[in-house]
Design a binder for this molecule. Structure first.
Ligand SMILES: Nc1ncnc2c1ncn2[C@@H]1O[C@H](COP(=O)(O)O)[C@@H](OP(=O)(O)O)[C@H]1O
Ligand SMILES: [Mg+2]
Ligand SMILES: [Mg+2]
Ligand SMILES: [Mg+2]
Length: 337
């Protein structure tokens, strides 16, 4: 490679390190026990101090380096001076060494739209915190006790949490970074937590080992905390061998690319563009697909509606099969934009 790296590669390289910093913020707020929970549209739509600080950190850090990009974040926050210790100036040298796919090498800052979900799986994050900071002391469990069970549940819930930074060009998700702040929780208290995955269609996906779910089983992953009758009906219509209910859109895509699930099925509105942009880029980079329940692609232009009104259907393989199983009643309830 000659000359300076492509703008989009520099942006992905920065987003990688910025997502790591956001992941560290998410861990720190959890340990403080002071979550500062705010209800947005209702009890299942929450915002915590971690969502706020992580978004401020991501947006301010990226804007400082790339002043002309458009960033759209999940949280509505007042414009205010960001504390310097929230700024991340680093980048991943490894990403800068990669060759940018030719079609993206000439993209300009002002053509890029960045979709930020500072904390995906907020519901699970708050539930985990409640368990960990429970008066019976689940933070310091004794083996075999009830608190040990609470502790395990809390850690499992935390594994649902991710930080999502997606990059779009001409309405398409062209790069994505996912940080999973509590990854490796199974290794115990001394372990270093967290990992970062990233991907770009045309270049590949990194930070995890791609695995396909068993071809002879339909394992469906769906929402844990935002279900309703239509969501359940649609999952049942897939005739699943197994259903895995977990939190977070990012986490459900991780289930797909690591071979634990064959399809992510969410026949409801609720997910937004910041939930799907980064996951879609990584999934597409390994040959998968993310669409609405009709099999139509979502667009990520700066001016699109934030809500993914026609649901989310994502697979690594056999997308058409799952589209074909969506019941007529669901198709009617969820219209493509
Ligand atoms: N009915 C709803 N209301 C608000 N947010 C919803 C929702 N259904 C899904 N979402 C959002 O979509 C993401 C994935 O949902 P789920 O975990 O239920 O699969 C979560 O993102 P956040 O945690 O970033 O808000 C969640 O809040
Ligand atoms: Mg939210
Ligand atoms: Mg989200
Ligand atoms: Mg969020």
């Amino acid at each position: 490679m000659s000359g300076s790296p492509a703008v989009v590669m520099r942006l992905v390289a920065s987003a990688y390190t910025v997502a790591e910093k956001a992941g560290a913020i998410v861990r720190k707020v959890l340990h403080s026990g002071e979550l500062g929970i705010v209800e947005k549209t209702g009890a299942n739509d929450l915002q915590t101090l971690a969502d706020r600080l992580a978004q401020q950190s991501i947006c301010a850090s990226l804007y400082r380096r790339f002043p002309k990009i458009t960033i759209i974040g999940e949280e509505d926050l007042p414009a205010e001076e960001i504390k310097e210790d929230l700024i991340e100036n680093g980048h991943s040298e490894e990403i800068l060494q990669k060759t940018c796919p030719a079609e993206y090498s000439g993209l300009k800052e002002e053509e890029l739209v960045v979709w930020v979900d500072p904390l995906d799986g907020t519901k699970e994050y708050t539930e985990a915190s409640r368990l960990l900071h429970h008066p019976t002391g689940a933070l310091t469990p004794h083996k075999g006790s009830d608190t040990s069970q609470l502790h395990s549940t809390a850690l499992w819930l935390l594994d649902n949490v991710t930080v999502l930074i997606g990059i779009a060009y001409e309405g398409k998700a062209i790069a994505g970074v996912i940080n999973q702040p509590f990854y490796n929780y199974q290794l115990g208290s001394g372990a270093e937590l967290g990992r970062t995955m990233w991907g770009m269609p045309g270049l590949g996906a990194f930070g995890f080992t791609l695995k396909e779910a068993p071809g002879d089983r339909r394992i469906i992953t769906t929402t844990r905390s935002h279900s309703n009758k239509v969501v359940t009906e649609c999952v049942d219509a897939m005739e699943p061998h197994e259903v895995i209910k977990v939190g977070g859109a990012g986490n459900k895509i991780i289930q797909l690319v690591e071979g634990r699930a064959s399809a992510y099925v969410f026949a409801s509105l609720g997910c937004k563009k910041w939930d799907t942009c980064a996951p879609e880029a990584i999934l597409t980079a390994v040959g998968g697909k993310l669409t609405d329940m009709h099999g139509n692609a979502y667009r990520y232009d700066a001016n699109v509606k934030h809500m993914n009104s026609a649901g989310v259907l994502a697979t690594l393989r056999n997308h058409e099969y799952y589209v074909s199983r969506v019941p007529q009643s669901v198709r009617q309830a969820l219209k493509t934009d």
